[in-house]
Ligand binder design. Structure first.
Ligand code: CAA
Length: 377
């Protein structure tokens, strides 16, 4: 077993670190303050091959491996978790299922779009189907050469900027999870509209919205995978997405720790920098252990995904561990800043707000514990 990153993976980290320092960090606070989608940064990420990073080169992607994909999200999220989220959703939740379950025609049509400027999203959650994801009521009825979709989806990341959505709907409500199917839906299909834009506690630059289907016409050839296999496609996609959120959580924790180390070295109280107090040092020691352990869990899950093995348990463990540590670490780091940490003069309060969502979306911590215990018992 090789625990070292490859030359390519190290290079991706170096490149993404430099991109983040130059392009992401300078606008992160303003993005949070204005809640503006960082359109220019995302355009650059398309040009640099990060949007669609793991898509094969034949479809315009960078053809990178899954560990590289996780490292890119980790590095971006050190400075801006919103940008990390936009990339993670696009790559993991939209490109991912089309790469895995798409027909050759679907891949030939949609993957080049998703690597050249068209943003992707994933629409599963409904008002009464959150953790209990199979209870959605959006329907898809076959009518000749097309399906007619009716219903709505909420909390959709990239919701009001995306062009292409992977959508889950009931094709046979009598069959429960076996009556759910997946579709590729374009925002310009008749009957598609965007509803409420969410105002959130954190991730202000990540565009979250409701999407609505009113007799939405979806060509029959846009059924993704086999009819009735949609729930399994959703779960497999979320297995991959959870690696992305683990990487995002890692990045948030690392970013917060770096800011806190810098601050505690210059903040003098009781006659010495507060980094000289053993209480501070021991806290940083514990944070470093949690971050390093989280990296091993996350990269191991990504590597297993790349090998084509089942990685459901690995992804759930990585997401659970890193997200709970991101919350703990950002909270501890804010405490080190004292009153300054509670102000908007420092990025630490934003990092703490951003960390919280990693314990909630793409499966709450409780759902990860259901998945983990279900896989080991
Ligand atoms: N891979 C493949 N198939 C899977 C699977 C997986 N990881 N997990 C379950 N399945 C299959 C099962 O094998 C089973 O198939 P059979 O009936 O053929 O045996 C079927 O799916 C049903 O499985 P369960 O009985 O385990 O399903 P459940 O209804 O009990 O649900 C759950 C289990 C783990 C709680 C699941 O509902 C879940 O993950 N919920 C959380 C949903 C979630 O993460 N939502 C996030 C939304 S997206 C988002 O947040 C992004 C955004 O844009 C904001």
């Amino acid at each position: 077993m090789d625990f070292n990153l490859t030359r390519e993976q190290e290079l991706v980290r170096k490149m993404m670190r430099s991109f983040t320092e130059n392009e992401v960090e300078p606008i992160a606070a303003e993005t949070d303050r204005t809640s503006e989608y960082p359109a220019e940064t995302i355009d650059k990420l398309f040009r640099y091959g990060v949007m669609g990073m793991v898509v094969p080169k034949e479809y315009g992607g960078a053809g990178a491996d899954d560990v590289c994909g996780a490292i890119a999200i980790e590095e971006i999220s050190k400075a801006c978790a919103s940008t990390g989220d936009i990339v993670a959703t696009h790559n993991g939740l939209c490109c991912g299922p089309i790469m895995k379950h798409g027909t050759p025609e679907q891949k030939a049509k949609y993957l080049p779009m998703l690597t050249s400027g068209h943003v992707g999203a994933f629409a599963l959650t409904e008002p009464n189907a959150g953790s209990d994801a199979s209870k959605g009521t959006t329907t898809a009825v076959l009518d000749g050469d097309h399906y007619v979709l009716n219903g709505s989806k909420i909390f959709i990341t990239n919701g009001y900027v995306a062009d292409i959505f992977v959508v889950f709907a009931m094709t046979d409500p009598s069959k429960g999870t076996k009556g759910i199917s997946a579709f590729i839906v374009e925002k310009d299909f008749p009957g598609f509209s965007v509803g409420k834009h969410e105002e959130k506690m954190g991730l202000h630059g990540s565009p979250t919205a409701e999407i609505v289907f009113t007799d939405c016409i979806v060509p029959k050839e846009n059924l993704l995978g086999v009819a009735g296999k949609g729930f399994s496609i959703a779960m497999q996609t979320l297995d991959g997405g959870r690696i992305g959120i683990a990487a995002q959580a890692l990045g948030i924790a690392e970013g917060a720790m770096a800011k806190a180390m810098e601050f505690t070295k210059s903040r003098v109280q009781f006659g010495k920098p507060i980094s000289k107090f053993q209480n501070t040092q021991f806290k940083f020691a514990d944070m470093q252990v949690a971050i390093t352990a989280g990296q091993y869990l996350t990269y191991a899950a990504a590597a297993k995904k790349g090998e084509g093995k089942r990685f459901t348990l690995d992804a759930a463990m990585a997401k659970l561990f890193t997200s709970e540590n991101a919350m703990k670490i950002t909270t501890e780091c804010l405490q080190m800043f004292g009153g300054y940490g509670y102000t908007k003069d420092y990025p630490i309060e934003r990092m703490m707000r951003d960390a919280k969502i990693t314990e909630i979306y793409e499966g709450t911590s409780e759902v990860q514990r259901i998945v983990i215990s279900g896989n080991i018992l």
